[in-house]
Design a protein around this ligand. Structure first.
Ligand SMILES: Cc1cc2nc3c(=O)[nH]c(=O)nc-3n(C[C@H](O)[C@H](O)[C@H](O)COP(=O)(O)O)c2cc1C
Length: 312
């Protein structure tokens, strides 16, 4: 990249303090890398508040402040989010979902003179602030956009005018020692974040024993989550891998639907999708809009089943 330096005239005075701040920030910017492996275990609330605070201090076009932060600490809820998020690798203990609140800009549209670009720039600026403070706290994080937005919106019970745009997965980095961090007090955030609270002790022990359990309802839940993952991957894949990509993933959905049926815990609505994928396979191959529509409908169906299973 060519860099053109326009010298200050007259030369601005520099102080030792400003040099120190610059070198610290510059070191953080250069050191930051995404990390996708996390130590298990939640993070102190004060650290999470520092991340949200950093995001909320980012600049915002016309000072609209359209970015909303939803901090998810519940292991059970994160498990569900991951089912609809093929882009998340690893098992993050916290997910911060950055959403755009469209009620802050009702007159803006995707195209035309009043474009919505500014809102996305606001969100990117907020995300960059969050990632820098993650680095300063010696935590690990990865921004993720490969997820099914409507499923995430439904799982978190977000208002219809909030679109989840980026998830930032956060935790302690696996294999790297974490420096001690002083407590920070959140003095002022324009609008505080929403929180999906950590699980109760009971929930945590349930999650811990889930892997070893043969409880049929848990098997069903796991398989529904797998179907969701495959459907969300098909949905996200249509523009990336033309041809067989989405169809093969939907065929994976079919196989899980049949497995549920073989185990005697199948459901007519899912079997109907199994039949539909067989009938429409060739059309799906040629028509990515059809693949997206089918994956959207299937995901809405699966999300309500997963939500029901969690409440049960
Ligand atoms: C808008 C955006 C979306 C991203 N989506 C994903 C994603 O879905 N899954 C993932 O693992 N990484 C995702 N990343 C992380 C990039 O892969 C990563 O930033 C890039 O490889 C550069 O690595 P670095 O951040 O360590 O410099 C995303 C990054 C950005 C900025």
């Amino acid at each position: 990249m060519e860099v053109v330096v326009i010298p200050n005239s007259p030369e601005m005075p520099r102080t030792e303090a400003s040099d120190a701040v610059h070198s610290t920030i510059s070191a953080l910017i250069r050191r930051r890398r995404v990390a996708r492996e996390f130590e298990p275990g939640s993070l102190p609330r004060s650290q999470l508040e520092s991340l949200v605070e950093a995001g909320s201090y980012a600049p915002s076009g016309s000072n609209r402040r359209p970015v909303k932060f939803v901090v998810v600490e519940s292991v059970a809820r994160i498990r569900q989010l991951l089912a609809a998020s093929p882009g998340v690798l690893g098992r993050p203990p916290v997910v911060i979902v950055l959403c755009l609140d469209w009620s802050k800009a009702p007159h803006l549209s995707q195209d035309g003179p009043g474009t919505s670009h500014s809102l996305y720039v606001d969100l990117g600026a907020a995300m960059a602030n969050v990632l820098l403070v993650v680095e300063a706290l010696e935590l690990a994080a990865c921004p993720v956009m490969s997820f099914h937005r409507r499923s995430v919106q439904m799982l978190l019970g977000l208002p219809a005018h909030w679109s989840p745009i980026v998830m930032v997965t956060v935790g302690r980095p696996a294999g790297r020692p974490t420096a001690g961090t002083g407590r920070k007090v959140l003095t002022e955030v324009a609008e505080p974040a929403s929180w999906v609270e950590p699980d109760s002790e009971l929930r945590r022990s349930e999650a811990a024993t889930m892997a070893g359990s043969c409880d049929v309802s848990k098997v069903r839940q796991g398989l529904l989550e797998l179907m969701t993952y495959l459907a969300a991957a098909a949905w996200g894949n249509v523009n990336e891998a033309p041809g067989y990509g989405p169809l093969r993933l939907l065929e994976g959905v079919q196989r899980v639907a049949r497995l549920l049926s073989d185990l005697g815990i199948g459901e007519e609505t899912l079997t109907a999708y199994d039949r539909r994928i067989t009938q429409e396979g060739m059309k799906i191959l040629a028509d990515s809009d059809l693949a997206v529509a089918l994956a959207d409908q299937l995901l809405a169906e699966l999300m309500s089943k997963i939500a029901d299973a969690t409440q049960a």
